[in-house]
Design a protein around this ligand. Structure first.
Ligand SMILES: [Zn+2]
Ligand SMILES: [Zn+2]
Length: 141
């Protein structure tokens, strides 16, 4: 289990995931909501995360898709995780990990809509759109 927290420490949660299986998402939604050229996320199964502190401080903002949302700390505004769809894995923002140094990206997704000024200079696999469950399973095997 890896410990995660927001910037101010009001919210803490734990995830079971492999931090070297992160994904750099270049979609417009991630860029806009984070104010960043792309966002590194960990794909975590819904049963593999647990809020350990500050549930009452978690604020759910509706996402662009119905029935999904992104969760931020209402005290400091840190983006913590995003629901992809009910029952499907959640995207935990790598910046939430206390041991952020363990995080390694294994692919770039939504490269088709990336920020025009970003030049990808590594050899990681690139996906034009979102990564499918099949693509993901192939990468993690
Ligand atoms: Zn906070
Ligand atoms: Zn994205």
């Amino acid at each position: 289990m890896f410990k995660c927290s927001c910037l101010c420490g009001d919210v803490e949660f734990k995830i079971r995931a492999n931090p070297s299986q992160a994904i750099n998402c270049h979609c417009r939604y991630c860029r806009k909501s984070h104010g960043a050229p792309y966002v590194t996320v960990l794909v975590v199964l819904p049963e593999n995360y647990e809020i350990t502190k500050g549930t009452e401080k978690l604020c759910r903002l509706p996402s662009d898709k119905e029935k999904t949302g992104r969760y931020i700390c209402s005290s400091c505004g840190s983006k913590l995780f995003t629901e992809t769809a009910p029952g499907l894995p959640i995207s935990v923002h790598a910046s939430a990990l206390v041991n952020e140094d363990l995080v390694k990206a294994m692919a770039h997704t939504n490269v088709g809509s990336k920020c025009p000024t970003v030049v990808i200079q590594d050899e990681l696999p690139q996906f034009d759109g979102s990564i499918t469950k099949e693509d993901y399973m192939e990468l993690v095997v």
